[in-house]
Design a binder for this molecule. Sequence first.
Ligand code: CTP
Length: 405
Amino acid sequence: MSRIVLGVSGGIAAYKACEVLRRLREAGHDITVVPTENALRFVGETTFAALSGRPVATDVFTGASGIPHVRLGREADLVLVVPATADLIARQAAGRADDLLTNVLLTATCPVLLCPAMHTEMWQHPATRSNVETLRGRGVVVLDPASGRLAGADSGVGRLPEPAEITETAQTLLDADVAGRASGHDLAGLAVVVSAGGTREAVDPVRFVGNSSSGRMGAEIARAAALRGARVTLVAAHLAVPPPSSVEVRRVSTTADLAVAMTELATDADVVVMAAAPADFTPRTTATAKLKKSGDAGMTLELVQTPDVLMSLTRSRHAGQTIVGFAAETLPDEQSLARAGHAKLMRKGADLLVVNDVSDHKVFGMPDNRVLILDAAGVVDRVAASKAVVAHRILDAVLTHRATA
Ligand code: CTP
């Protein structure tokens, strides 16, 4: 359980803070809500108190003996502001302390995540741009707002990211290493294409050949890259987790579909990550009607190999492009994993290869992963952590590779 301060500033998206609060509570965190005076014009104190299960901290002077303006920020594991208005961002950038929330932000030593929401003009105004840069430079993580419907009839950039996405991101930032990477926007300007999930090859209209990939690792890489400022497209085969709402998603089903999408998107990509688990075989023919049993007879399915997408991407790689492959192996010790991984990296021509042991159902669909990251010279990193942390370490390896290539 972590201690999270949920700051809410005065914008129409304040009502969505309630959903973020509910989700974080369900995940078992201890939340104190700190609304600004204007936030309380949008959502009542009673709602925040009921959803958080504790009193709402509203001003610097109430309970002054407990010095909440210092204590809350100091003791928090994460301070999250949903929504962060242009005014709140400006006050924080200027280092002001004119209400309880800005006091908390000035005293916090933990990761801080701001989720801005405002009209497009306000987000794009040079004053806001410069305030956001200032805050990012100080280690604050500022989520880029989404595009879509804003208040009233307007639409454009400035919409609060989805509560589910904010909650996922907030929880990854409880890891201070992740927070440090996220604030720097060190992937800004890069186009990243990530594939994720298992492909399915139809046997007939109701059956398919598939695999156990949940797509979680690829989804985390896409989320992490977007958080670090990259323009990300997720090529999603069949996922058991929702794709991050911070990235563009292109849905595919079969290995052939995946090959088409990846080939097209790789043309403009600086970084390509093949985290998908393509089915290696496809039925020679697909029945157009459901196959029926005939008595006790078994059935033989003739399979042919699918194209190797990663290999064809590395063969047509353009200058300056970094291509990352994955290898799921059932080899328990590091030495044999590294050896198998190295052979696969060389055979497929990838710049980096992430290899893991998938025996004993330790990986598929699970929140954690244990991987080796290799380049042609050998192991560059080994990580046993949540898939979110593994995702960031893979991106670190990508940046190191690009800096030295
Ligand atoms: N891959 C691919 N196209 C395929 C199969 C795999 O692009 N038809 C990619 C995966 O996305 C992954 C990498 O190749 O990045 C390695 O996948 P893996 O299944 O471990 O490799 P295989 O080629 O199937 O090797 P093996 O001989 O071990 O089955």
